[in-house]
Every structure is written in C-alpha cells, then in structure tokens.
Design a protein around this ligand. Sequence first.
Ligand code: FAD
Length: 316
Amino acid sequence: MKVIDHINAAKDTLISFEVLPPLKGKGIEALYRHLDPLMEFKPSFINVTYHRSEHVFKKNADGTFQKVVVRKRPGTESICAAIMNRYNVDTVPHLICGGFGINETEDALINLHYLGIDNVLVLRGDAAKNESTFEPEPGGHKYAVDLLRQVMNLNSGIYLEEELRDTHKTKFCIGVAGYPEKHFEAPNMDTDLQYLKNKVDAGADYIITQMFFDNACFHSFVKSCRAIGITVPIIPGLKPITTKKQLTILPKTFYIDLPNDLSAEILKCKSDEEVAQVGTEWLLEQSKDLKRAGVPVLHYYTLGKPDVVVNVVKNL
Ligand SMILES: Cc1cc2nc3c(=O)[nH]c(=O)nc-3n(C[C@H](O)[C@H](O)[C@H](O)COP(=O)(O)OP(=O)(O)OC[C@H]3O[C@@H](n4cnc5c(N)ncnc54)[C@H](O)[C@@H]3O)c2cc1C
C-alpha cells in the first residue's frame, strides 16, 4: 500500500521507522533483531536508507596506494523486499541521484515495481566523500526533482527507450525531503522552500523532514510551506539522542541546531546511559506535542537505537 493511502485512511497519527542496511559482510539477522521489538507498534511503513559507493585508498604491500571503490551498506532494494516478506509491512526504499546514471535508475525502479514495492523516497544524496560539492554521474540527475520527474514519467508509462509501445505504468508514491532548518547549501530559507515546492509541483505526494529537536522549527516550517501553497502531508523526522558525542556530531553532520535546554541537560549527564534517559524524555515530549498538533505520521530514525524508540512509542 502507498504511504499516501495510509495517511489518507488514518484516523490518528501513524508511526513509521527508518533503518539502515547492514554493513557489508554482517548479514541481515541483526537488522531483524533491531526491527522485531519495533514491529509491535504496527508501523505503517519502514524506510530503508541508500548508501552510495565511496572511493578509498588502500595501501599496497610495496607502500603505494590504490584507489578502490567500496560500498559499505549495499542492498537497499532487496532489504525492502525482505522486510516486506517477513513482517508484511510496506517499505520505502530511498533512491538517490548520486552515483546513478538514468539507465541504472530506471532498472532499479523496474526491479522495485516487480517486487511489489510502490513507494520511493527520492533524494539527491550528498557529495561523495572525496568531493567537496555534489557532482552528478555523467548524464545523471543533479537534483532530486530531476529524479522525481523520471519516476513520474515511469508512472505515466514513459520509459527511456521512447520506441517502446503499450508500456506498463508503474504506480510509485513519491516522498521527498524537507529541511525545517534549511538545507545547508541553500542561500536562504525562502529559496530552499521554493525548490521544495518545485518537487511537490512536479508530483511529490508527501514530505519527510530532516531531524530537528525544537518543535517550534517544525511548526514554523509547516506554516511557511502552507503559506507558499505546499499542501501535501509533512511528516516530521525524529531522532533519539543517546550519547554526549552527538552534541557535536549532529550539528556538524546534519546542519541542525540543538536547543539550549536539551544541550544543557545533556552536558550535566555523567554517562551515556544518563544521556539516553534525557534523550528519551526529550523525544517523548517532542512526539506528544507533534501528535497533539495532528501530524500525519511520527517517523523515527531508529539507527541502531531501537530500545529508545520503543520506550518513546509505548508511552505516547
Ligand atoms: C528524510 C531524509 C532521508 C534521507 N535519506 C538519505 C539516504 O538514504 N541516502 C543519502 O545518501 N542521503 C539521504 N538524505 C540526505 C540527502 O540526500 C541530503 O540532504 C542531500 O544533500 C539533499 O538531498 P535532497 O533530496 O533534499 O536534494 P534537493 O532537493 O535536490 O536539494 C539539494 C539542494 O539544492 C537546492 N536545489 C534544489 N533544486 C534546485 C535547482 N533547480 N537549482 C538550484 N538549487 C536547487 C536545494 O535548495 C538544496 O539546497 C536524506 C535526507 C532526509 C531529510
């Protein structure tokens, strides 16, 4: 079932989770152990992130270096199918522009369609580790909106080979990313919102936001979206804080702010167990407030911390 159909049919706020594919060589069982306790909350859908390959330098025996391509977390599409089969839940693979040519993208979409997966979250992806700015593949997509248009074309039966006749139409429900605190490359919030509106005007069914820790940011983001005519559902993305290190890592990696009250409480903690307790209480309060505000879905980035998310969701 499509995410948008879940939202339209819901009488209350829904729950969804986001997971990462396992590290290459680790097998899928740990992911199942991660998901098992979360499934009792009957999530409407599970997102699986996408991780592009990276160039790394490996030292040879003679002391020289060799540039090799590694993909640390492959398998997004097949993990979606495996989760769907095991738990009978809808899955949302993330699909990115980075590292993909348009033909590979079309093949990936056809594979997903054959697997019975009707949802995708379309994203640009970040710059490759060895690049300072995002560079599309030759002939690949530069912005998420370009990838979105390719999915929309396939939904209309328009494949890259124009001579194909009587083509089958896919039926992907498409989500896109939004940034309550602005995407870090955008010159200002208004410009970023305008590009977000372009994605919605091009056919996006809903928006999932970057994580945020101050609900006021989310509420103001929703208000700004509505003011410029973005009417699709906006799903808040929520992440638990569990370690002191995250106080510096999260702002640096995701270009977000942590509110003073939260950082002050975390700084007082003497261990990461205490941080996890503060993080759980904060996330619970955030979630309760968003639920009261009538958000369509609470979307949790579970990333290796299912127990914190379990403690939050069971107390909602
Ligand atoms: C919910 C969520 C899930 C994510 N999952 C993943 C994942 O699984 N894998 C992964 O690699 N990354 C993931 N990301 C990170 C994401 O790929 C990065 O934040 C990336 O830098 C931007 O992606 P986007 O889809 O928002 O890009 P876009 O919408 O393309 O925007 C990128 C930047 O370009 C600007 N822009 C957009 N259109 C134009 C235009 N026409 N001209 C000029 N500027 C323009 C925007 O304002 C923005 O600054 C996720 C992010 C979120 C919020």
